[in-house]
Design a protein around this ligand. Structure first.
Ligand SMILES: NC(=O)c1ccc[n+]([C@@H]2O[C@H](COP(=O)([O-])OP(=O)(O)OC[C@H]3O[C@@H](n4cnc5c(N)ncnc54)[C@H](O)[C@@H]3O)[C@@H](O)[C@H]2O)c1
Length: 379
């Protein structure tokens, strides 16, 4: 069996989710390549070693540049905060590595475009971890839409709600809190949470023409962990935007980290002329389906438990009726990436696909400032 040696950069939340996916994928998917956990890179040697030991990585590095130089690494997997994605990805591409990069691809569309150009010039396989596409119920929604079952689509609405930054004493910056520091994150909920909603929307419903947004920063100053000073908060704490899709349908998106009681409530609903679909991350195995073609007196919302062997990805897992979870979306994404390498048919979303989300985020953030409609740039 051929091997694909992984070099992981960053061993936080996503470092774990990806390591689990690399470790599991060959047990459940029939691939020509065996994934090997070759090396993990973190800035603190002891912590990197502890991580390597618990996940089975063969070696560690403390500088990602050294990892990229190694000839025994095939894939560089970027699991670091957003402000480092571009530099690592561009160096990895120039060294001829395959690249898996966490979302959002970049801090903004201009930086994202440079990354797209670099990986395409290098001709290396590349993919961005918009993992929600690979939750079986979401993939199933895509199949139903592609089969034309919804007919003309009128509405797409999505929300991603959390409540973990309400406390004004929460600092910004540094480990775990880099998301509140605009320099490290690029933006707040727009690039962090809405980016997921936008990626799914573009995949299911096509590109967007234009957007108009409101954004708000409820806590204006926070202590910065790296400088020790109280500093202005530059991220958007909440964002709502309207959009028009190229297919004429209307989009309605909302995200906040100030919705008390909500931890990761990602939901979407799509209304077409013949049918509607809705999905909720908190009940991720169910797809709600309303079909106007049903016999009138039996018409109603169906709750489809997406666990049968004829549902996407599910024949790889347990018997019908048994659930899988969040972590499996990452396993599916690795499996698809490797199959893409094996067949020469790239797995989506590539850097170029993810760049479309970047351009929507740019237009949303610009509109958040002037409250005007802005066209979404097309690369
Ligand atoms: N796909 C998803 O659903 C999802 C979920 C969470 C986070 N993310 C994305 O994943 C990325 C990482 O987020 P996270 O939640 O894992 O963050 P985290 O803070 O848990 O982990 C980040 C890791 O990167 C390390 N790091 C920072 N700079 C480094 C450097 N120069 N060299 C080596 N390591 C470095 C940190 O020490 C830490 O281990 C972000 O881009 C984020 O947007 C995606």
């Amino acid at each position: 069996m051929k091997t694909l040696n992984v070099g992981l950069v960053g061993y936080g939340f996503m470092g774990k989710a990806h390591s689990n996916a690399f470790a599991q994928v060959n047990h459940f998917f029939n691939l020509e390549h065996q994934v090997k956990l070759k090396s993990v890179c973190g800035r603190t040697k002891e912590k990197a070693e502890t991580f390597a030991k618990s996940w089975g990585y063969e070696s560690t590095e403390t500088d990602w540049r050294e990892l990229i130089k190694r000839t025994d690494i095939d894939i560089i997997d970027i699991c670091t905060p957003n402000d480092s994605h571009a530099e690592i990805a561009e160096a990895a591409a120039k060294a001829g590595k395959m690249i898996l990069c966490e979302k959002p691809l970049a801090l903004n569309g201009a930086q994202g475009m440079e990354m797209v150009k670099t990986v395409e010039k290098a001709g290396v396989p590349n993919m961005v971890w918009y993992n929600y596409r690979r939750i079986p119920a979401v993939t199933f929604a895509k199949q139903l839409i592609d089969e034309g079952r919804l007919g003309r689509i009128f509405h797409y609405r999505a929300k991603f709600l959390q409540d973990w930054t309400i406390n004004p004493d929460l600092p910004q910056g540094g480990a775990a809190l880099w998301r509140l520091d605009v320099g490290a994150a690029g933006s707040g909920v727009t690039g962090d949470l809405l980016a997921h909603c936008i990626d799914t929307a573009l995949w299911l419903n096509g590109d967007m023409k234009n957007v108009t947004a409101i954004t708000e920063t409820f806590v204006k100053e926070r202590m910065h962990n790296l400088t020790g000073k109280v500093e202005k908060v530059g991220i958007d704490d909440a964002c709502s935007f309207l959009s028009v899709f190229d297919n004429g349908s209307l989009g309605n998106f909302e995200s906040t980290r100030y919705a008390r009681g909500h931890k990761a409530l990602y939901t979407f609903e799509i209304n077409g002329e013949n049918a509607s679909i809705s999905w909720d991350l908190h009940d991720l195995h169910r797809l709600q389906w309303f079909d106007h073609n049903d016999q009138g007196n039996l018409r109603g919302w169906r709750s489809i438990h997406v666990t049968d062997s004829d549902h996407p990805y599910m024949k790889q897992w347990w018997v019908p009726g048994l659930s899988i979870g969040y972590e499996h979306s990452f396993i599916h994404q690795v499996a698809d990436f490797i199959q893409g390498v094996e067949t020469g048919k790239p797995a989506y979303p590539t850097f170029r696909d993810a760049q479309r989300t970047q351009r929507v985020c740019d237009a949303v953030l610009t509109s958040g400032k002037d409250h005007q409609w802005h066209n979404v740039a097309k690369d």
